[in-house]
Design a protein around this ligand. Structure first.
Ligand code: DX5
Ligand code: ZN
Length: 220
């Protein structure tokens, strides 16, 4: 199954100390740095773009896991590759020619991920699975940190885990939204192997202890 990965989402970090917080997460054993890009169109919020991505990349040796919650992501893929993105995930719901977009990401040398919103069924990914490196199941409606986990995401993870394993694809299954020490256990048991967490890591207390609590619960 491979090691369980933790991907702290810096959307909930203290932006006045972004570099330090990223380094703290890395020292605490984080596996990826999850970077949320929002455009105020695909989701009702605006976050950060390629310039800050480039600064984050310089502050860490961890892979940069870029989650594009934007319309027409093709326009910005080259900018995020230049900024140092290792993984670029686009939303199924935001792209018309998904295969073209996925191949574009891979041609530029990054790993390609596809995310689905809570209302999108897993079978919509059937035809794209052979071409992707990562599938991201959104367990909240994208746009904000600190929302509640939607419990039906567990069935979705199980279904996708089966689809991936049955066909022996080398695809990472990632989950994003409402992950904390309570939800980490059931999502890991349902087949998620990369756990994104924002507020549960950067919200309160120590980053190191928060990461450890999520990992311990997920590996139970
Ligand atoms: C939500 C973002 C998430 C967000 C998760 O739209 O994609 O990555 O930062 O935040 P939490 O872990 O607080 O739900
Ligand atoms: Zn995200």
């Amino acid at each position: 199954q491979g090691k369980l990965k933790i991907a702290p989402s810096i959307l909930s970090a203290d932006f006045t100390r972004l570099g330090e917080q990223v380094q703290e997460a890395e020292a605490a054993g984080a596996d990826y740095i999850h970077y949320d890009v929002m455009d105020g169109h695909f989701v009702p919020n605006i976050s950060m773009g390629p310039y800050i991505a480039e600064a984050v990349k310089r502050s860490t040796s961890l892979p940069l896991d870029v989650h594009l919650m934007i319309e027409d992501p093709d326009r910005y893929i080259p900018d995020f590759v230049s900024a140092g993105a290792d993984i670029i995930t686009v939303h199924y719901e935001a792209v018309v020619h998904l295969h073209r977009t996925v191949m574009r990401i891979r041609d530029l040398g990054a790993k390609a991920g596809v995310a689905i919103n809570p209302s999108t069924p897993p079978f919509m990914l059937d035809e794209i699975l052979p071409f992707v490196n990562l599938i991201l199941v959104m367990s909240v409606n994208p746009g904000f940190g600190g929302q509640h986990f939607i419990p039906t995401s567990l069935q979705k993870l199980k279904r996708l885990r089966m689809m991936i394993d049955d066909r022996r694809y080398d695809i990472e299954l990632e989950v994003d939204g409402g992950i904390d020490p309570n939800t980490a256990e059931p999502v890991a048991a349902s087949g998620a192997r990369v756990l994104v967490a924002g507020s549960a890591i950067f919200g309160q207390g120590s980053i190191e202890e928060n990461i450890r609590a999520i990992r311990e619960s997920a590996e139970r």
